[in-house]
Every structure is written in structure tokens, then in C-alpha cells.
Design a binder for this molecule. Structure first.
Ligand code: NAI
Length: 310
């Protein structure tokens, strides 16, 4: 396996003034990338702004001999993001890597959640990632190269009490990543997702000190570097924490084909064990692959010719 290097490449890391983003920025810089350290510099709930955090990370990168610029764009503001990307192109002429990492929390049970807090969290995570990705996309298409990482969360993939806004935003990013990995393939643009679990200010107080000691952001960054490298896969969801890595997979069970006289909710409930049987579950390549599967199953169950040629 070749060494993973990013010499000559330019990477934007959003929310890179602290926590995971800072670690990813330092990790990319250590292997040769020029870094755009984006950070709004607010608090965990997204209030306030400040440039000190991003500038401190730029200073760390420069101290190790790297090249970096600080940028204070709010990722949820499309105009600010476009201005950031224009400034990067003016300064460096290209953007090879985008790590969508910026994020905030506004936890409340759904009953107590205001729609304003729901919207703000969706705006930062989902719309922020879409803004950044949309702004870099034409440059990556033109270069015929791009690596994009989205930061999801176990909260979005599996659910977590009190995080309806965050969970919704984080899982919606999965839909974006799936489509972009398909649309980007012919331009050598690969899109992947990280589901991290780390000791940062976001998780302070939630875990005991001995667990937090294992979960440092630096234990996750190697997975990020792999997912934005030249040899990266595409459409992968990588779970990462404490130096452990696992793939989160979306699969569909083989399922059942009900007969014409069984199209009832009672028949669906009666078949539930078979519908949910994980034996033979497979990933589905794209949306129409599911349509094809069901059309073929239904035709086979009725003794009809298979209706799909490919
Ligand atoms: P953090 O709070 O240390 O870092 C987030 C950074 O994003 C902060 O520096 C903040 O100023 C910046 N930011 C927030 N809103 C911004 C905006 N609108 N524009 C630009 N920058 C903005 O938190 P952490 O833990 O490093 O989180 C990084 C990412 O990882 C987030 O997307 C988070 O949701 C995700 N994540 C973290 C987990 C963990 O265990 N720490 C678990 C699952 C996901």
C-alpha cells in the first residue's frame, strides 16, 4: 500500500477550529495538503462568533511547515460559503478535498423543541454541508477529481433521545452523500460519510474520564484521511472511535412477493418474520435497483416473463 499523501492538494475542513475538525486539518496538513481552516468560532449551540480558534489552528499548521488560511464563513450562509470558495480558488487555484464537519447541538425532546431550533440545526449540518459541497462541486468536476466527506452521527443512523433536529439533519446527509457518490462517479468525485464518536466539547460531561481518554479526535482522523485519499472508496459510511473502525451498511432483506389475493395489511403482518429475515439481505446499488428487484420478484411469483432487461 502506497503512503497516503496530499502534496499539491487543497482541502477545506469546516468547523476546523476545534475538536474533530482541528484534528482532521492537522492530519491532512501533516501529509502535505494546503488547508482552509473554516470556523465560525461560536459555542456548542451555535451562538457567538470569533476568529481566534481558526487562526490558532492555522498557526499550528504553519509551525509544522505547512500552508493554511483561516476562514470565518458560516456554513449555513450560502453567500459566505461562495465567498470562501472564491477566495480559496483565488489563493490556491483548486480544491481537492472538502471535509464537511462543522456542527452544533440544540438538544431537547421533540415535545419541547421549537421549530426555530429544529431549523437552525438542520441549517448548519444539512444545508451547511450542501452549501459547501455545491460551491466546490464545479471546481471538482472541472478538475476531474474530488473527495467529499460528510460527518453524520450515530444519532442520525440509530437515533438518540432528545436529538430529533440533529438526528434528522445527520441522516438527511446520508441521502445527499448517496446521490452525490452516484452523480460524481464519472468525474472521479467520491463521497463518503463518517460517523464519529469522540471526546470533544460536544461530548464533554456525557462520558466518564477513562472513556474520554480513549476517544481522542486523533484516533478518528486516520479514517478521514483514508476516505479523502486518492484510493478512497465511495458511498461508504465509516463508523469511527477510539481507533476502532467499522462500516455502517444499509441493506435490504430478500423480502416476499405477495399474491394478488394477499394484498392486505393482515398478509403483510403475517409475513413480517420473512420480510425482516436478515438472511440474504444485500445492499441496493441505487433506487431503480429496488424497483427492478420488486418487479422481477412479482413477475416470478406470477409465472410472468421477467419485465426488466439490463
Ligand atoms: P466541536 O464543537 O468541538 O466542533 C465543531 C466546530 O464547528 C466548532 O469549532 C464550531 O465553531 C464550528 N461551527 C459550528 N457551526 C458552524 C458554522 N455554522 N459554520 C462554521 N463553523 C461552525 O464538535 P466536534 O465534536 O468536533 O464535532 C465535529 C462534527 O462531528 C460535528 O458535525 C458533530 O455533529 C460531529 N459528531 C461528533 C461526535 C462526537 O462524538 N464528538 C459524534 C457524532 C458526530
Amino acid at each position: 500500500m502506497n503512503d497516503v499523501r496530499f502534496d499539491g492538494q487543497v482541502a477545506i475542513v469546516t468547523g476546523a477550529g476545534a475538536g474533530l475538525g482541528r484534528s482532521h486539518a492537522l492530519g491532512l496538513a501533516a501529509r502535505g495538503a494546503t488547508i482552509v481552516v473554516n470556523d465560525l468560532g461560536g459555542s456548542v449551540d451555535g451562538s457567538g462568533t470569533g476568529s481566534a480558534a481558526a487562526q490558532a489552528v492555522v498557526a499550528e499548521i504553519e509551525a509544522m511547515g505547512g500552508t493554511a488560511m483561516a476562514n470565518g464563513a458560516d456554513v449555513s450562509d450560502e453567500a459566505q460559503v461562495r465567498a470562501m470558495v472564491d477566495a480559496v480558488i483565488d489563493a490556491y487555484g483548486r480544491i481537492d478535498i472538502l471535509v464537511n464537519n462543522a456542527g452544533i447541538l440544540r438538544d431537547k425532546t421533540f415535545a419541547k423543541m421549537t421549530m426555530a431550533d429544529f431549523q437552525t440545526v438542520v441549517d448548519v449540518h444539512l444545508i451547511g454541508s450542501a452549501n459547501c459541497t455545491h460551491a466546490v462541486w464545479p471546481h471538482m468536476v472541472e478538475q476531474g477529481y474530488g473527495r467529499i466527506l460528510f460527518t453524520t452521527s450515530a444519532s442520525g443512523l440509530y437515533g438518540n433521545f432528545g436529538q430529533s433536529n440533529y438526528g434528522a439533519a445527520k441522516s438527511a446527509m446520508l441521502g445527499l452523500m448517496n446521490v452525490l457518490s452516484i452523480e460524481g462517479a464519472k468525474f472521479n468525485i467520491r463521497a463518503n460519510m463518517l460517523a464519529p464518536s469522540a471526546a470533544t466539547r460536544m461530548t464533554e460531561g456525557l462520558l466518564s474520564a477513562d472513556v474520554l481518554a480513549l476517544m481522542q479526535p486523533e484516533t478518528i482522523t486516520p479514517g478521514v484521511l483514508a476516505l479523502v485519499s486518492a484510493d478512497a472508496p465511495s458511498k461508504m459510511i465509516l463508523g469511527a472511535g477510539a481507533g476502532c473502525f467499522a462500516e455502517v451498511q444499509v441493506r435490504e432483506t430478500a423480502g416476499v412477493a405477495l399474491a394478488d389475493d394477499q394484498m392486505t395489511p393482515e398478509a403483510v403482518l403475517a409475513a413480517m418474520d420473512q420480510i425482516r429475515d436478515p438472511e440474504g439481505a444485500t445492499p441496493v446499488e441505487h433506487a431503480f435497483a429496488q424497483t427492478r428487484k420488486f418487479a422481477r420478484m412479482a413477475a416470478a411469483a406470477r409465472g410472468l416473463p421477467l419485465p426488466w432487461n439490463d
